[in-house]
Design a protein around this ligand. Structure first.
Ligand SMILES: O=C(O)CCC(=O)C(=O)O
Ligand SMILES: [Fe+2]
Length: 692
């Protein structure tokens, strides 16, 4: 139903939604004049009045035709609080339409804009169509698509929810997305022309429902039956259900000024949404902006330029405050969250659906949740950086790297101690700044080189680091690798000790090789065990790690004793004769353990350790790359990585080897510090054994 040009004066009855029940503690019913949307299938407007003028009578003017315009012009706004609802924001002087079509009158001359007069009368203007009028209820239902319930939450509940969200964030939960999308949140299609081809960049952190504690206050509100009933009433729906999506039922959004986060112009895919504003930074952006009921018009447009023209003067930016709940028909009105310049904007979205069992589509899950299922393994959107070399990183990788770092940093930071997390975060910031400078053409050479090296090392590490249970599994497998490595060292030392005790000629060259190899292996395994323990965070099996580190300490002590015994044998011969030594070796040690192959293997200097440990420890390099970053607390500024640990310094083939990083570290005196950062008993022994 549509009334054109008619003005109806109505005192709108206050309409507090019916709220009560368990979560009522947290909630405050909207004040009577909050403009709650009730009574229609489409989100709609009730009362159309603001809370400001309880003493004035409310008057709703429908349409901006002759009558409406006249009433608005003549009304005494001291006596009446006026709201205007009209699909047009101007009066059209219809008798002149024909002349306008013929070109004798300019089109603009036959339109009178309504906003100046609305502003003068301090009225509310809703560009919308009225759907129905309920005279009994004094209710006007308009297809406006937006409804604001200020103070929906009590301030203390807002504080509680913000705290909950921050805790999750600090715990490394959530997924940071940096995405390009068009207004329809759909693939552009093969041809990708017209409006569909216009992409907007969006970035934010989303904290999915399955990341929340079962006792989460947000989930308590979401599951509160009265909220669902209220929304069903508000939207005038026959049925309404909570979403069956395990990730997207209720979730937190964080728009971080440090990343200039924003949500680009789009239409939602669901017919309506419910958003709870928790934190804003006034004046810093993060505004919710929308063009009411604009879908139909925009769908007919061929380009974004046309849409921009259409949006001019139509975009509304409602004032939202922490504790505000707003209901919004997001699939009918183009909307966005403007870029956040600083601080953080936090809100929560509640998803309700009209069909029982409905879930989010894969496109949305992938883009904004980073995964489609409950696995916490993040989706990679970026090139494979694992083979990256500092001297080979193409400039074009800049933004992909930033995205990748940003997407994984939360994942990696999960469970880290605070100081480590800080190092990681400041490293990431340095890297992002460096890339920004580079892309902007103002390359800061000192900053950049260091940051790039770190970036590559970081990415190599991050690229392999899973989260949650997958991480625990991965760490368990890597612990098994460390145990295997320790067993190899133990066996080699056993054979060496047996040889040293046996009455036979000295073999100083071979023994020195074996000792050096064992020392390097122990350094690498020690670093690996500590890095893994850090990675696993609070859930790490402490006893097992203690056992591994104790074993390293014991083997180092044995190594020192063996080294002393070997030193007593005398200096190594100048030039060992490999060809002659094989059979001679067999002849000289008849009482030695039988496994000759094992002896030969252990005795080989094994540059890079590959021949000893094969591929079993291959992935440790990534953890070691992470570990070296974390060792920044030892006063090594970003960029001052020990030379042997720079990613560019690692020969490509070394990445296939197991403890190559550790061995490089072992050979470099300066590197010993990071490998043995010295807060456990085994740590302080590293450099000593390396000096063998
Ligand atoms: O955060 C907001 O206020 C709006 C969010 C939104 O438009 C969306 O999640 O689709
Ligand atoms: Fe939206």
């Amino acid at each position: 139903m549509m009334l054109r040009g008619a003005a109806i004066g109505r005192r709108c009855r206050p309409s507090a939604p019916r709220l009560g029940g368990a979560a009522a503690e947290l909630l405050r019913a909207p004040p009577p004049a909050a403009g709650a949307a009730l009574g229609s299938r489409a989100p709609c407007l009730r009362g159309c009045a603001t809370a400001s003028a309880a003493s004035r009578e409310r008057l709703v003017v429908l349409g901006t035709g002759w009558a409406g315009f006249r009433v608005l012009n003549d009304i005494d706004d001291k006596k009446f609080e006026v709201s205007v609802i009209s699909p047009r924001n101007h009066l059209l002087f219809t008798p002149m339409l024909a002349s306008s079509a013929l070109g004798t009158v300019n089109q603009r001359s036959i339109c009178q804009p309504v906003r100046p007069i609305v502003a003068k009368k301090k009225a509310n203007f809703y560009e919308s169509r009225v759907q129905s009028i309920n005279r009994e209820e004094k209710l006007v239902v308009a297809r406006h698509g937006y409804c604001h319930l200020p103070n929906f939450l009590r301030p203390e509940a807002v504080v509680g929810l913000v705290g909950e969200c921050r805790r999750l964030e600090a715990d490394g939960r959530g997924f940071r997305s940096h995405e390009a999308h068009n207004v329809f949140l759909e693939d552009a299609g093969a041809d990708g022309v017209g409006l569909r081809s216009k992409e907007f960049a969006s970035s934010k952190v989303l904290m999915a429902m399955d990341d929340m504690e079962p006792r989460s206050a947000l989930l308590a509100i979401y599951r509160w039956p009265a909220l669902r009933r209220f929304l069903q009433d508000a939207f005038g729906l026959p049925r309404l259900f909570r979403s069956a999506d395990p990730l997207g039922g209720a979730y937190y959004n964080i728009f971080d000024g440090a990343f200039g986060d924003t949500l680009g112009w789009h239409f939602d895919r669901s017919s309506f949404s419910t958003s709870l504003i928790l934190q804003t930074t006034p004046g810093a952006g993060g505004d919710f902006q929308y063009a009411p009921d604009s879908r139909q018009a925009i769908c007919e447009m061929g380009s974004w330029e046309e849409v921009e023209q259409h949006l001019d003067g139509r975009v509304l930016t409602p004032p939202l405050h922490p504790g505000s709940l707003y209901l919004f028909a997001g699939n009918r009105s183009l909307h966005r969250v403007s870029p956040v310049a600083h601080g953080k904007r936090i809100n929560a979205i509640f998803t309700f659906v009209e069909e029982e069992g409905a879930t989010l589509n894969e496109y949305t899950l992938r883009k904004f949740f980073g995964r489609t299922g409950q696995s916490k393994t993040k989706i990679r959107h970026t090139p494979d950086f694992s083979e990256a070399r500092a001297d080979q990183v193409p400039l074009a990788w800049g933004s992909a790297l930033r995205t990748h770092i940003a997407a994984n940093v939360g994942n990696l930071a999960s469970g880290l101690r605070v100081w480590k997390r800080r190092i990681l975060q400041s490293t990431v910031r340095a890297v992002c700044t460096a890339f920004e400078a580079l892309e902007g053409g103002s390359r800061g050479p000192e900053d950049f080189e260091g940051a790039l090296r770190i970036a590559v090392a970081l990415i190599r590490g991050l690229a392999q680091v899973p989260a949650g249970r997958a991480r625990a599994r991965e760490c368990a497998a890597r612990r098994a690798d460390v145990r295997k490595g320790l067993a190899q060292v133990r066996a080699a030392l056993g054979r060496l000790e047996a040889e040293l005790g046996a009455p036979r000629g000295p073999e100083p060259q071979r023994h020195a090789g074996c000792l050096a190899w064992a020392a390097q292996m122990l350094t690498g395994l020690h670093t690996a065990a500590r890095a893994l323990r850090t990675l696993e965070g609070p859930g790490a099996p402490e006893q097992e790690y203690e056992g591994l580190l104790r074993a390293v300490g014991e083997l180092r002590a044995r190594l020192r004793r063996a080294a002393a015994a070997a030193a007593a044998e005398g200096p190594p011969p100048a030039a060992p004769d490999d060809g002659a030594r094989g059979p001679a070796e067999e002849r000289r040690r008849p009482g030695a353990p039988r496994d000759a192959a094992g002896v030969r293997q252990a005795a080989a200097p094994a540059p890079g350790g590959r021949s000893v440990s094969g591929g079993a420890l291959a992935q440790l390099k990534d953890y070691l790359a992470c570990a070296l970053l974390w060792e920044g607390r030892q006063g090594k500024a970003a960029g001052e990585l020990p030379a042997a640990l720079e990613v560019g310094a690692l020969p490509k083939e070394a990445s296939a080897g197991s403890s190559s990083t550790a061995c490089s570290a072992g050979r470099d005196g300066g590197a010993a510090g990071w490998a043995d950062s010295g807060d456990d008993e085994a740590g302080s022994e590293g450099s000593g054994s390396l000096s063998l």
